[in-house]
Design a protein around this ligand. Structure first.
Ligand code: SAH
Length: 467
């Protein structure tokens, strides 16, 4: 970053603009938003500048700028659209100790003026170091759309209410007050009853929050989906954003953890398959401990917490401790995996039921109703199945499954390194080995990717690709 964005206080300060043509008008439109004392030097001024001068919004001196004219100025703009004249202005500005900007000349400028989204007192400044003005304009347009026109009014009224809001304890409760004000109560009151209604709504919101039982902790047991942050539900996102403590599984992606607040405590409670692991009872105790001390805890589990997620143990522990909780569903790995290969779990005329299986249980490789699974047209998703693949394929064929029924393995579903391997039941163990599958994977028995492939066992696809 070559240019560091700061907000300079211009109240009552001198800002000098040299030039009074189109380039000066464009800069003045922005400068007039400030409380600076603006002096424009230029012969033959643009009609708009004359009008502003007539309204007393700036001071117009109809001659060329000279040495001494920039004295005490904090900013000097060279807007003459003339290289020699602008170089002279830069000399005058620097001699006066001001920061100089030459319009459309990055290299001779001490600072640049960003694109601005103005919701005073909220100001969004967008800069691209001159590299991509088109992009800056697009970001500005998108931001203009996102930030309601009333936002500035809400911020200004809120600013005046800060002292009253200090009656709330610092931290989560005060944050809740301001989030509810900016997200729901404020916009609604402004739309329905104007500024007066916003003042009344703030008073009653403060009373409500003061009356709430604010010292109690709370837990959200959240499905974080398979990895892509865009596959997170809005509810999960909100709960994550409100959390003081985030306790997450190893499989929860770093892009999702980025969505937690910066001040949140983030704890990984990893269970590495066949490696060092947190005990479930320790995880339960950790959640209860934080919530018991009043924290809002986001317990992030990969996929959907209701699928092979040890959810019940955590709910039981919370019930036993009398701590309130909610469960927020997520997209389970098999659901995203099916989407990524363009195959349905169920299909008219093929299968009317579908199974979710685990390759492992407490006793080792898991046993299942192999006879039922081996029947024609059966479809199942196997979680934690990579190490159990040889056992699984062997068992199914022993119970009569055809060696050539399609099997598709999808590793790292929805992530940048997603890999799809389309094979058959008998070739499954070798195909997984040859492809070097080491990440989390779903094995679909009875499903192939939408466009059947002929030659190869292994197919690498871009993360978002549907065959
Ligand atoms: N609750 C999770 C499952 C947890 S069990 C869910 O609903 O998805 C862990 C297993 O889930 C892994 O061994 C793997 O089989 C599967 N899994 C989780 N995330 C995955 C991903 N991004 N890609 C492929 N499989 C995944």
């Amino acid at each position: 970053m070559r240019h560091f964005p700061i907000f300079r206080d211009l109240r009552g300060r001198r800002v000098v603009v040299s030039g009074a043509g189109d380039a000066a008008v464009a800069k003045l439109r922005l400068l007039l938003k400030t409380e600076a004392r603006i002096i424009v030097y230029g012969t033959d001024p643009h009609a708009q500048i004359t009008r502003w001068a007539g309204e007393g919004r700036l001071h117009l001196i109809p001659r060329r700028i000279d040495h001494g004219d920039a004295l005490c100025a904090v900013l000097v703009y060279g807007a003459n659209e003339d290289a020699a004249e602008d170089a002279r202005i830069a000399g005058i500005g620097h001699a006066a100790g001001a920061l100089v900007n030459i319009v459309d000349n990055l290299d001779d400028s001490d600072f640049i003026t960003p694109a601005i989204v103005d919701r005073d007192p909220v100001t969004v400044a967008i800069g691209t170091e001159g590299a991509a003005p088109v992009l800056a304009r697009r970001i500005k347009a998108e931001t203009e759309e996102r930030l309601a026109p009333g936002l500035g009014t809400l911020a200004r009224i809120g600013q005046g209410f800060r002292e009253a809001a200090n009656a709330l304890p610092h931290g989560r409760i005060r944050r809740r007050f301001w989030s509810r004000y900016f997200d729901e109560i404020g916009p609604r009151a402004l739309a329905e009853g104007g500024e007066a209604a916003v003042h009344t709504a703030l008073e009653s919101l403060l009373d409500d929050i003061l009356a709430e039982d604010s010292g109690r902790g709370h837990v959200a047991l959240i499905g974080a989906g398979p990895g892509d942050p865009e596959l997170l539900t809005l509810k999960a996102r909100k709960a994550l954003h409100e959390a003081d403590v985030v306790i997450h599984d190893r499989l929860v992606s770093s892009e999702i953890l980025e969505l937690a607040r910066r001040e949140a405590i983030v704890i990984e409670v990893g269970k590495t398959p066949h490696g060092p692991s947190w005990q479930q009872s320790d995880i339960d105790a950790l959640i209860v401990d934080h919530a018991g001390r009043g924290a809002h805890v986001a317990r992030l589990k990969s996929g959907d917490p209701v699928v092979f997620g040890r959810l019940d143990e955590e709910m039981d522990a919370l019930d036993a401790a009398g701590i309130p909780f909610i469960v927020i569903p997520g997209i389970t790995a098999a659901s995203a995996a099916a989407a990524s290969i363009g195959a349905s779990w169920t299909k008219r005329g093929r299968n009317a039921d579908f199974r979710l299986l685990t390759g492992h249980d407490v006793a080792g490789f898991a046993e299942h109703d192999w006879r039922a699974l081996a029947g024609p047209g059966q479809v199942a998703a196997v979680y934690m199945g990579v190490r159990a693949a040889r056992f699984l394929a062997g068992r199914m064929m022993m119970y009569g499954a055809a060696a050539d029924i399609p099997v598709t393995a999808i590793e790292n579903v929805s992530r940048a390194d997603q890999k799809i391997i389309a094979t058959t039941l008998s070739r499954l163990p070798d195909a997984l080995h040859d492809a070097g599958i080491t990440g989390p994977a779903i094995l679909f028995i009875g499903l192939s990717p939408r466009q059947a492939m002929e030659a190869s066992d292994t197919l690498d696809l871009p993360a978002t690709g549907v065959l």
